[in-house]
Structure formats: C-alpha cells, structure tokens
Design a protein around this ligand. Structure first.
Ligand SMILES: [Zn+2]
Length: 525
C-alpha cells in the first residue's frame, strides 16, 4: 500500500545562505525549487508529525522515538549517499540502528537511498542484548516495560535464527538488529535488509502459546532478510517510492516465508510433529473455507495488493484471499511436490538456495515469474507446471492435487464436513457497546437474505443481545429460522436469519508410511 507519509509534513522552508527560496508543490509528495549553484548549500527545513504507533510508522513519545526514515525523511531526486545526524534528549542513552556509524555516536552514513529508507532507528533507553549466528553479531533492542525472561528468550531466538539461516545456508549481513516494541496489544512485524521490527504485548512472555507465536513472528521477519529483501521478485527493489511497484509473486515472498515460519517452529524443536501437522491442517482449512479463495488467484491477490490486501471491506471475505494464507499452502505443496519428484532428495530448501545464488549472489537482480517457475522444473528435471496453482483460484483440481501430494508423501490429507449445525455466516463485532454485522459469508443462506453489513443486532428471539451473539444462537434449534431485531440506519426492523449445517471443511493430516522418502526428508526423520 502507498502510505502517503507526506501527509505528516508541515512548515516546509527552503533557504540558501540567508536567502529564502520559493518552492511549489507539483504533486502531493513533491516540493520543487530552483537553487543557485554558486550560493552553496541548500537547507530544507520541515517538521514531521510522528504519532502513529505501528511497525511501519514513525512514533515519538516521552519514552522513546522510533524513526522509520521512509516515513519521515524527504529525499532529493537522484540522491544516493549521505549522512543522518541525530540530536536527541540527553536522558535517552541509546541509538539502535544498522546504518554505518559516522564520525561520532549520533551520526550515521548511507550509500544509497534504499539503504537509508530500509534502516529504522530506535532512540531511547532500550535494554540491549546480543548473540551470534555464523559469526554475524545480532543485537536485540527491547523497548518498553515487559516481562521477558531475557536469558531464555536469547537462547530461543538464537535457535530460531540458526534454523532460518540453515534453510539458505549462508548469512549475508555484517550485523543484524531486532527492534522489539512492547505494546499493550498488537503483534505486527516488518522486515528490513539488516533488521526487523516486531511488536509483543508487554506481559505475554509468561503465556506459552503467545510466546511461541511471537517466536514464529520473529522467524518470519528474520527469514525475509533472504526471501524478499535479497532474493526478490523483479519489481521489489530498487523501488520507486512515489508509486505502486507491481508483482504477481507475493505468494513466494510472503507465503513461502509464512510456510517456513511454521515449519521452523517444528525444526527448532518448539513444536511437536503432531502440533505442526495440526497447524498446517488448520492453514489448509482456512484456505479452502475462505469464499474469496474461489474468486481470486494468488497472482491476482499479489498484483492487486495495493488496492485490496491492506484496504479490506465487508466484501473482502467473499472476494479476496490472503497471499500469506494460500501462499503458505502453496509453499507446503511445492515442498512436497519437489520431494515427491526427486525421491526425497530435493525439496524447497534446495530450490530457495539455488534461486538465492543465481539471482542474489551472482546477479543481484530480481527474478521474473517465468524464471521462478522454470527453476522448479530445472531442479527436478521435469515440468511440474506449478504456476497453474498460483494463477487460478481454489478449484477441485487443486484440492485433489494436495490430496495426491500428501498420499505420495506417505501421508493422508482428509477433508471432513464440519459438524456445526448452527452455521449462519454472520460475522459480528462488538463496537461502542453495540453488536454490529461486519460481513456476511457468501456460503451462508443469510448472504442473500435479510441482514447486511452495518446492521446493529439488538435481540435474538426477544433476548437482548450484548457481546453474546454466539451463545444465544447455540440456544436455538439446529437448522431453524431465528427471529432477529435489528436497527438499520436508525430504523428498527423485525427480520430473521436461518441456521444451517456448516458448509465449511475441517482438514486432517495423518502419517501412513513412516518409511516414505518424502515424509522422512520433509520432517527431517
Ligand atoms: Zn512477511
């Protein structure tokens, strides 16, 4: 998504010596002026409002400053190298950043605009610790109050980093930085070439499941240092920061990364085999139960990410599918397909290693769609036509392909009908003390009927609804018609919804042949 960070710019003044220079805005993000080369340096002075707390925006408060250069520093057309000097309040002791230090501790140098824009800066009193992965120093900046058991986290994070490094085999960084923002609620992450920024609810370290999910998030953002920051689709770097950069391949960049962040939790010993297979089965279920998966292909989801993925509305569940979600399913299928066609000898790790060498190490350029799909065929020496699964929406053929791939790999992938008899497909949210209809699943009878997004549900069979809609629905008879009182645009209406047997599927994966070559290679047996 084009984030339009220029909206936070105010008070622009341009001068040369003591002379102010007039400028014009030529579009929303460009300030144009003419300077006299004989009069020396040009000064451009402006303020930036920084108060959006996320991994992708600059934020300053009394405790710390998080600066994302792409969101707060203007660039000059054609600009390459330069320095950033930071003037900070004295009570803030630390500056964490992977840019090369300049003459003193508050100065940093960059050799390209991409390097500057890809290097977040954390300033404050963060707690620091470090460890090594293959001789590369990794620093972790822990920002804000938290209940992290540092020694355990350090050991676990190092294990995760080594696991991700082993997929590709070599580490390209001189140093690497994790910036961990401890927040009240949230869990976002964003990758950079030599760092990443992740959010963790401040007291969630004591909750084992939340902790494991956080380690999975760290694995995900960290693996991006290879997959997308270096091995990348053609359109993704160097960037045109002023407009959309189109690619069909976000299912590789995000989906394969998502596949690996789950698998890494198994490989690093944090999840058991059965836990891993259960979570992969849940991913498969979610992929096929998403109505939008029958509408949008992975290439479409990727190409249109600029207008759809990060701008969801009430129709998104029925018209779109995430390239993280289905991309992870494609990642699993690709891994099994490769192993199945090489007697367990060549899997996804090897494909990624080969692509990384060819496109990043040897040529430092992005791969085309064709080059990616060709590398698959070249690895196993036969055409797998894998692009067909990424260029079409979910189909029966795709479901059959998955079943066959697991069968050939010594496993069984089964689809069972959900036993739920109270399915209604109405997605609600509790907002301002009101129960609102957020969206309606197109697989539900109610999609065609009486409710619509934006309706407030007031009562179910004369029982006043609070945040207990599902409890009230479960009190009703299976497959029945239920009277509902709603308010639509301020007008009270009596209407009804129908409950039906759920059309959703539950996926289950089980092991059939423990001696199968693919199975053994896939799960490192
Ligand atoms: Zn990602």
């Amino acid at each position: 998504m084009v984030r339009e960070f220029e909206k936070h710019i105010e008070g622009v003044q341009i001068s040369q010596g003591r002379t102010d220079i007039a400028f014009t805005k030529t579009n929303k993000q460009t300030w144009a002026f003419t300077a006299d080369p004989k009069r020396g340096d040009v000064n451009i002075h402006y303020r930036v409002y920084c108060f959006e707390q996320s991994v992708r925006t600059s934020y300053i408060d009394a405790e710390h400053a998080f600066l994302l250069p792409s969101s707060c520093l203007m660039y000059i057309d054609g600009m390459q190298n330069g320095q950033v000097s930071i003037v900070k309040p004295e009570q803030w002791q630390q500056i964490s950043c992977t840019l090369k230090p300049g003459k003193n501790k508050s100065e940093f140098e960059f050799t390209s605009l991409d390097e500057l824009y890809d290097s977040p800066i954390e300033i404050g009193n963060q707690t620091l610790f470090d460890f090594e992965v293959e001789g590369v120093k990794h620093s972790v900046a822990m920002v804000g109050k938290n209940n992290c058991p540092i020694e355990t986290f350090k050991t676990d994070l190092q294990k995760i980093c080594i696991t991700m490094k082993n997929i590709i085999g070599s580490h390209p960084c001189k140093n690497y930085l994790f910036i961990v923002h401890h927040v009240e609620e949230g869990g976002g992450g964003l990758e950079h070439s030599n760092s990443n920024v992740v959010q963790m609810p401040r007291n969630s370290y004591s909750n084992r499941e939340k902790y494991l999910q956080f380690l999975g998030l760290c694995a995900h953002e960290y693996f991006h240092l290879w997959n997308v920051k270096r091995l990348r689709p053609e359109a993704l770097g160097p960037f045109d920061y002023s407009q959309e950069n189109y690619t069909n391949m976000l299912w590789v960049a995000e989906g394969i990364t998502s596949y690996y962040d789950e698998l890494a939790m198994y490989r690093a010993g944090f999840r058991s085999e059965s836990d891993y297979l259960k979570s992969l089965a849940q991913t498969m279920s979610a992929c096929f139960n998403r109505v939008g998966g029958n509408v949008q292909s992975m290439h479409e989801a990727s190409f249109d990410a600029w207008i759809k993925e990060y701008r969801p509305n009430e129709n998104s569940i029925n018209a779109q599918i995430s390239y993280y979600l289905k991309g992870a399913v494609l990642g699993a299928l690709l891994d099994l397909d490769l192993l199945n066609n090489s007697n367990g000898q060549k899997g996804l790790d090897l494909l990624m290693q080969g692509l990384y060498k060819t496109f990043y190490l040897d040529q430092n350029k992005g791969y085309s769609d064709q080059a990616f799909y060709k590398a698959i065929d070249d690895l196993v020496g036969k055409p797998l036509q894998f692009d067909q699964w990424a260029t079409s929406p979910n189909t029966e053929a795709f479901k059959t392909k998955l079943i066959q791939a697991f069968e050939q790999a010594g496993m069984a992938l089964e689809w069972n009908n959900s036993s739920q008899k109270h399915f209604h497909g109405i997605i609600t949210e509790w907002k301002n003390e009101k129960l609102m209809v957020k969206a309606i699943d197109a697989q539900s009878i109610n999609y065609q009927n009486n409710l619509q997004a934006g309706d407030e549900i007031i009562a179910v069979e004369d029982l006043r609804v609070k945040n207990n809609f599902e409890d009230l629905i479960r009190l009703q008879k299976e497959n029945s018609k239920v009277n509902i009182l709603i308010s639509r645009a301020g007008l009270i209406q009596h209407t009804s919804i129908e409950l039906q047997a759920s059309p959703k599927l539950d996926c289950h994966i089980s092991i059939k042949d423990q001696t199968n070559a693919t199975y053994k290679a896939w799960l490192n047996k």
